[in-house]
Design a binder for this molecule. Sequence first.
Ligand SMILES: [Zn+2]
Length: 324
Amino acid sequence: MPAQYPWLEPYRQKLAEVMARNHLPHALLVTGQPGMGKSAFSGMLAQLLLCEDREDSAVPCGRCKGCVQFRAGSHPDYFVVAPEEESQVIKVDQVRELGEKLALSSYHAGFKVAVINPAEAMNINAANSLLKTLEEPSDNTVLVLICTRPARLPATVRSRCQQLRIAAPDPAMAQAWLATQLDGQDPERYLQLANGAPLEALRLAESQVIDSRRKQFLALVSVLEGKADPLAVAADWGRDERLQPVHWLRDWLMDMIRIRATGQNGAVHSVDLAEGLAKLASRLDGRILFRQLDNINRMLRSNDGSLNRQLMVEDILLAWAAQQ
Ligand SMILES: [Zn+2]
């Protein structure tokens, strides 16, 4: 996981040194703003501790029973405490239960690891209950508290944990990483919006993509209903150098063909738009759908210049407008 998130690498190395010297604390408070990879880092630490075959104590092997069980989410010595469904808080019973489990000996005769995420979700009773566990830690137990706002934790809890703050990475590194995830979008802008937190920047960029995809779909519906000018929409779609709207349109055509073939919308890939797609599919001639799909595939395969592509997008949308 650290290789996946390069800015976490220095923290992993530091941790490896601490482990090599056998100085690992019983409780670690991992802090940092949202989108820094605190959960990923804690998960990596947990897997490292539970790995039964780590060669240099810095990287989990990925193959041993401990690693396999950890990745399957079924390691008997790994515990995650988070707010239960529809609740915002971690309750005292959850923390008490964790304390009981940690007091037992481990199944694999190695470490027991517990992650509390987010630690600031513990209500005051839960935090008090955790204090007992922190004051009398059992052997080979590591407790990881993940926290965005450590000031919200009682000072008594904070003072019993070693703090590790994950800071915003070097902007050049964050930008380079984000660029590999974004497929042509502007990584610098999203990093600014996210205060330099790479995973938050990625989340923002992805939600923007979802927004613009929905907008394209509504534009298509408007064209079909005669409420939007197909040429104006085509000009808008044509501005996207990577022809993203046309790729989406292809997905939607395939979904509509699926709906018509099966008579139900459970088979669609664009689950969020299933209802709208079903409505469109019921109004369109199946032959048009196939013909358009053919045209789009041909267009995406060709290396035509942007003017030709623009004309093809216009053709497609004019054909839709003619369907009303
Ligand atoms: Zn392993």
